[in-house]
Ligand binder design. Structure first.
Ligand code: ADP
Ligand code: MG
Length: 388
């Protein structure tokens, strides 16, 4: 059985076992990885994520009592809640908050959400930066929209799922994750302008080019990631203010040196330089991909990593080791992806060299005494869909 069929079968089996009977349908949403554009989202800039062939599947059916019951294979017991709990952010906590948050966001937008029984299985690793959170939100959203026959076109789903995560769960994320997992398309990356929320599908057909992306889970222990993230955001906001722009996205690449000269501390200058050059690297990557020059984006990926390491200062030894080892083993480019201080590295490789690059990274890790990394080879996959 393929991995995709397996996770769907687990969702169905979970449904039968918990609730009895058959689900009315199954809905799937993928994880995502950001190809390039890090810490640009809250600076009104550009990102370029793509959906992964790893999915969260929800098997679901309407419940006539108007309440919600949700089971995940990550937990033993189902969680139950009704409209009163759904209408008050915080009342449902833990993992089920991601589900209650979707119900809340739909109801807050004026929709009549049917009660439902939901069973969830997933291949998206939880908490490693591949956006299992957006995957569960999107799969649940798709299920509830269809079970209720709600009039909600898919281009409005990302905003709604983001509200669930921001306002019900209480996690301050941008709109990238939800956009990527909802709108992803096989063989494409999603170019997203975080200011206008305009999206464009950019050809990124790795398979046809004999290429693949190796995703390396650094397994690095999270080190103060939340506080450091908040500090970076604050530093960017302060810099934008000092420069008299709405956001760092408004500093043109050609004006960067002049802008830096107007800032008085070297740390802030480095932060600004990362954001402005990273936006430009996203635009340059998009241009190369439009021209079908996938291999040529390698140096941009690697430059993005150097900028995160030296200017934004958000990498850790495990991450830098993985990038260096992947490059030494022949990757066209490699970079940390995600907010930093742990999470994943991605490397652009020839498909038939992926195993050798993965082995080289594992060997470098062993040399340094780090916990062994997780590695998987991926191609850009499709977004949120109904399975059957
Ligand atoms: P990431 O999105 O990078 O995987 P987050 O911390 O944003 O990490 O989201 C992870 C959280 O999302 C989990 O701790 C859990 O609460 C919830 N979650 C994700 N997938 C599932 C799932 N299949 N079942 C239950 N909860 C899930
Ligand atoms: Mg998340």
């Amino acid at each position: 059985m393929s991995a995709a069929a397996d996770v769907a079968a687990r969702a169905t089996a979970g449904f039968r076992q918990r609730y009895g009977g058959e689900p009315a349908g199954r809905w799937a949403a993928p994880g995502r990885v950001n190809l390039i554009g890090e810490h640009t989202d809250y600076n009104d800039g550009f990102v370029l994520p793509f959906a992964l062939p790893l999915r969260t599947v929800v098997a679901a059916a309407v419940a006539d009592d108007g309440r919600w019951s949700v089971w995940s294979e990550l937990d033993d017991e189902p969680v139950e809640f009704g409209p009163a709990e759904a209408d008050e952010p915080g009342r449902v906590d833990g993992w089920a908050a991601y589900v209650a948050g979707v119900v809340w966001a739909l109801r807050a937008a004026g929709h009549t959400v049917p009660g439902a029984r939901l069973a969830i299985a997933s291949d998206v690793p939880v908490g490693s930066g591949l956006s299992s959170s957006a995957a569960i939100e999107a799969a649940v959203l798709a299920a509830l929209v269809e079970l209720g026959g709600l009039d909600l076109p898919a281009d409005r789903w990302p905003r709604l799922a983001q509200r669930a995560e921001n306002d019900y769960v209480g996690a301050p994320t941008g709109i990238m994750d939800q956009s990527a997992v909802i709108r992803g398309r096989p063989g494409h990356a999603l170019f997203l302008d975080c200011r206008t929320e305009a999206v464009e599908q950019i050809p990124f057909d790795l398979g046809a080019a004999g290429l693949a992306v190796l995703v390396i889970d650094s397994r690095a222990p999270h080190r103060h990631a939340d506080g450091e993230y908040a500090a970076r955001r604050k530093s960017c906001e302060r810099a934008a203010k000092a420069l008299g722009v709405a956001a760092l996205r408004d500093v043109a690449t050609g004006d960067l040196e002049a802008a830096l000269a107007r800032l008085d501390d070297t740390e802030t200058r480095r932060r600004v330089r990362h954001v402005v050059t990273e936006d430009q690297r996203v635009l340059d990557t998009v241009e190369l991909l439009r021209a079908g020059r996938i291999r040529d984006i390698g140096p941009l990926l690697t430059a993005s990593h150097a900028s995160m390491r030296d200017d934004f200062e958000i990498t850790v030894p495990e991450i830098d080791t993985a990038v260096e080892a992947a490059l030494a083993a022949g990757a066209y480019g490699a970079r940390m992806t995600g907010g930093g201080f742990g999470g994943c590295v991605l490397a652009l490789v020839d498909a038939d060299a992926a195993d050798a690059v993965a082995a080289a990274v594992a060997a470098a890790y062993a040399d340094r005494g780090f916990t062994a990394p997780g590695t998987r080879t991926v191609l850009p996959a499709g977004g949120t869909t109904r399975l059957d």
